[in-house]
Unconditional design. Structure first.
Length: 152
């Protein structure tokens, strides 16, 4: 049976055309200044992700999955993956300030002290993992209460 392409409603097609137009406009504006630097950054980011970061977090994910043991507990890896992913995204976005690499520029541009970004990131990471542990504990406890007890 051949694959048929289903066209959406006219509203969906209009919305898709508008999103392509907006993406094209943003691309033209972005590349207008330093097109070579932007293109180099995009290619470098793709290569860094595919050649370094993807294997790295695949190995970490496999270690967490293997560390949790039996197949019945693999569903619990989500309680590690979600806070780790959110923490990693925050680190990726705020890395220049967390590492202190752009402290001088940040101070001159905003007039604020760049101190404390590392401590705040660590606190947010701890809160994410603590919240995830609380949700896991609550769900495990609720599941244990719902299980029927077998009397011998």
């Amino acid at each position: 049976m051949p694959y048929r392409v289903r066209l959406g409603s006219p509203f969906q097609l209009l919305l898709l055309a508008c999103s392509f137009a907006l993406a094209a406009y943003a691309g033209v504006r972005l590349l207008a200044g330093d097109w070579f630097g932007v293109a180099l950054w995009i290619v470098g980011a793709a290569l860094l992700h595919d050649l370094v970061l993807l294997p790295l977090y695949t190995v970490v994910d496999r270690a967490v999955t293997g560390g949790l043991g039996a197949a019945g507990r693999r569903g619990r890896t989500l309680y590690v993956r979600v806070p780790a992913t959110l923490s990693g995204l925050l680190l990726l976005v705020w890395f220049p300030l967390i590492s202190g690499m752009t402290a001088g520029r940040y101070r001159s541009a905003t007039g604020l002290s760049p101190d404390g970004f590392l401590a705040r990131w660590l606190l947010i990471t701890a809160a994410l993992f603590a919240g995830s542990a609380l949700v896991l504990g609550w769900r495990v406890r609720r599941a244990a209460k719902q299980r029927p007890r077998v009397l011998h």
